[in-house]
Design a protein around this ligand. Structure first.
Ligand SMILES: Cc1ncc(COP(=O)(O)O)c(C=O)c1O
Length: 438
């Protein structure tokens, strides 16, 4: 297939390198993509942490097709359609108890910016207008909106875009290979890093000025950072102590990645607000959502007169009918096919296979939880990221496997339907490439 690659400016991609040898997918079914050259590619990343139920699930495909034929669009401001309410109810039913009001948007980035705005407005309308600070974490990824990059902690995503939001600070991330390398599941050491939130940041800024803390329960994009035992519980109790809202960015941990509906369920820590996207529609149609405690929602309702808009925020495509149809069908698939339990049941085999890479050339850590794992490599001197990129290319071209890399970390997050033999195939392919690494 000859295509003109000139005009498409690709996101988060080395455009010139890609265009020299494009990696193109033309089909997808279940656990596999079909590459342009006809090869089947085992999907080790659920697309981009999003196709949790596997590709082209018939129930989701037909729901989207039927909705496209029935009604393409309904305005979301001062108008709506029944599936918006149904999708919100389905999502609320899956969310942790107490979080049952849903605001729709189109992506994880929009979910984050929506949540941050809600947090700021919530304090303000309750008369707590001093609370304007937002706290994120180093190595946090919260998408690419100005709010998200401000609370995010990835240098490359921030440095070119000016000072972003004022009044933001960051907590240290909890990755500590000196104590926790090769942890299976939650690391033993590091819960005390959460104390810095209170002892350092809140002491510095005054807790009464902080609106919200936003964290990914498991940091994904910067290479799978799993919270140490007790760490998230501590963050929750510090937030409670000072009236600070806790936001979980569950864009990758939502919808079964850890073997539970949300990471909040896995860790037994319920935030005040959850941001989600990706697996919400199995990526069939873009959609994001912010799920909030009823009390937060109700504060907005009570603060405004009945005929006034309570929250000056929204998107043309909030609760888009196709996205709602996809979400309703996807959540039903998760429920009806017990996919979260299936992920939980596969987690031990996934862990064992991941840790089987220990000892291979340049592997310096393997960490895992549920159906996510990170394999960290020693960087080639002067060429950070080069080794992992080589593995990525070899996996794709020679092994027929899709993996994801960030710096010198390989991150795996397969669809929840991965079988035992596909787990073996995935890690055997990576092992094969690692053995050849220089
Ligand atoms: C934790 C987290 N938040 C937000 C986002 C941004 O989502 P989107 O790319 O849909 O805007 C991502 C994307 O990977 C993510 O991992």
């Amino acid at each position: 297939m000859t295509i003109n690659t000139e005009h498409y400016w690709m996101p988060f991609t080395a455009n010139r390198q890609f265009k020299a040898r494009p990696r193109l997918m033309v089909g997808a079914q279940g656990m596999h993509y079909q590459a342009e050259d006809g090869r089947q590619i085992l999907d080790g990343t659920a697309g981009l942490w999003c196709v949790n139920a596997g590709h082209a699930h018939p129930a989701i495909v037909s729901a989207v097709a039927e909705q496209a034929a029935a009604m393409d669009f309904a305005p979301p401001f001062q108008m709506s359609h029944p599936k918006a309410f149904e999708a919100a109810s389905s999502l609320a039913a899956m969310a942790p108890a107490g979080l049952n009001r849903v605001f729709f948007c189109n992506s994880g980035s929009e979910a984050v910016d929506t949540a941050l705005k809600m947090a700021l407005a919530y304090h303000k309308l309750r008369g707590d207008a001093l609370r304007t600070r937002l706290i994120g974490r180093e190595r946090g990824y919260h998408g690419v909106g100005f709010g998200g990059i401000a609370v995010g902690g990835i240098a490359g995503n921030r440095k070119h875009f000016g000072p972003t939001l004022a009044g933001v600070d960051h907590l240290r991330h909890p990755l500590d290979l000196s104590r926790n390398a090769y942890s299976r599941g939650e690391p033993e050491h590091g819960a005390e890093i959460a104390d810095e939130f209170e002892q350092r940041l809140l002491a510095l800024h005054d807790p009464a000025t902080v609106a919200a803390l936003i964290v990914e329960p498991v940091q994904g994009s910067t290479g799978v950072i799993i919270p140490p035992k007790g760490y998230l519980q501590k963050l929750r109790s510090i937030c409670d102590k000072y009236g600070i809202l806790l936001i979980f960015d569950e864009v990758i941990t939502g919808f079964g990645r850890l073997g539970t509906a949300f990471a909040a369920d896995y860790f037994g820590v319920v935030p005040d607000i959850i941001c989600c996207a990706k697996g919400l529609t199995n990526a069939a149609v873009p959609m994001g959502a912010v799920i909030v405690r009823q009390s937060i929602h109700d504060a907005f309702m009570q603060a405004a007169p009945e005929n006034a808009i309570e929250f000056y925020h929204g998107y043309t495509y909030s609760a888009h009918p196709l996205a709602c149809a996809a979400a309703i069908a996807t959540l039903a698939v998760y429920r009806n096919e017990n996919l979260f339990d299936r992920a939980a049941n596969s987690a031990a085999a996934f862990e064992a296979a991941a840790h089987g890479l220990r000892g291979l050339p340049f592997v310096k850590d393997v960490r895992n939880l549920g159906l996510v794992c990170g394999i960290e490599l020693e960087s080639r001197p002067g060429k950070p990221g080069a080794r992992a990129y080589e593995i990525f290319e070899q996996c794709f071209w020679e092994q027929g496997i899709l993996i994801r890399t960030t710096g010198d970390i390989i991150a795996l997050s397969p669809p929840l339907i991965i079988s035992a033999s596909q787990i073996e195939e995935l890690f055997a392919g990576i092992a094969h490439c690692l053995k050849k690494l220089k």
